[in-house]
Design a protein around this ligand. Structure first.
Ligand SMILES: C[S@@+](CC[C@H](N)C(=O)[O-])C[C@H]1O[C@@H](n2cnc3c(N)ncnc32)[C@H](O)[C@@H]1O
Length: 215
């Protein structure tokens, strides 16, 4: 990867961190309390590709939890084996974050996220389920299945976060998630979004957070 692209990704990640803080603004205390109830904070990154957001997500959760000695584990899944092996090479394994004094673990698997139920080893009760640049437009039925499975992997007070490249795709994805049992908590436009060459497309243009609807 060229130095210029890496720098762009670093800027995108700083902006994504800001957006994650923005969407949980006003609710941090209750999210922190719920994270502190468990020894390990777990995040499931669905359709993660090469998972360039791995550090941004785990840093965000570790900072939010703000507890020395805590553990944060990220599991990433994508159908593309090549991207998953890139993610594994760059981030895979356990490490100690000395600045935050937390243990981080990253694992990646190649798999179809419409069939998460078939991956018993994943477990349930994720504190955060994340989908960056969900691709609803590329296959409505596939993505509705993915959204359905994603909601099923959330803990009762967990948060599901999506980001979108396009306005309309974000709107349609939000509608689908609400139809499937998600309750929209907040959606925010990213004022610092990086514009891409395709008209109307930009990086993490919108970020929305959902919870499971209470029965
Ligand atoms: C727009 S890309 C986003 C990738 C990454 N999250 C990012 O922001 O760079 C959509 C991703 O969805 C993945 N994907 C599509 N269908 C999938 C499925 N059924 N199961 C798992 N991943 C899938 C693709 O392989 C691709 O990596």
């Amino acid at each position: 990867m060229s130095k210029r692209i890496q720098e762009q990704f670093d800027v995108d990640m700083r902006r994504l961190r800001k957006m994650l803080s923005k969407v949980i603004d006003g609710d941090e205390q209750s999210v922190r309390e719920s994270l502190r109830k468990k020894e390990e904070t777990r995040v499931l990154d669905i359709a993660c590709g090469a998972c360039v957001e791995a550090d941004a997500l785990t840093d965000f959760l570790a900072d939010l939890r703000d507890e020395k000695g805590a553990k944060v584990k990220l599991t990433g899944i994508d159908v593309r084996a090549r991207e998953i092996s890139d993610a594994q090479r760059q981030f895979g394994g356990k490490k100690i974050d000395r600045k935050r004094e937390v243990e981080k673990e990253f694992e990646f698997m190649t798999g179809d996220a419409t069939k998460l139920d078939g991956h018993g080893e994943l477990g349930d009760d994720f504190d955060l389920v994340f989908m960056r640049h969900q691709n609803y437009w590329n296959g409505k039925r596939t993505w509705e299945e993915i959204f359905d499975q994603a909601l099923g992997k959330l803990s009762d007070d967990g948060n599901l976060v999506i980001t979108s490249y396009f306005d309309k795709e974000h709107e349609l994805a939000m509608e689908a998630l609400q139809r499937l049992g998600g309750e929209l908590v907040k959606t925010e436009f990213n004022e610092e979004t990086r514009i891409l060459p395709t008209p109307g497309k930009s990086v993490d243009r919108h970020v929305a957070v959902f919870r499971k609807k209470k029965p």
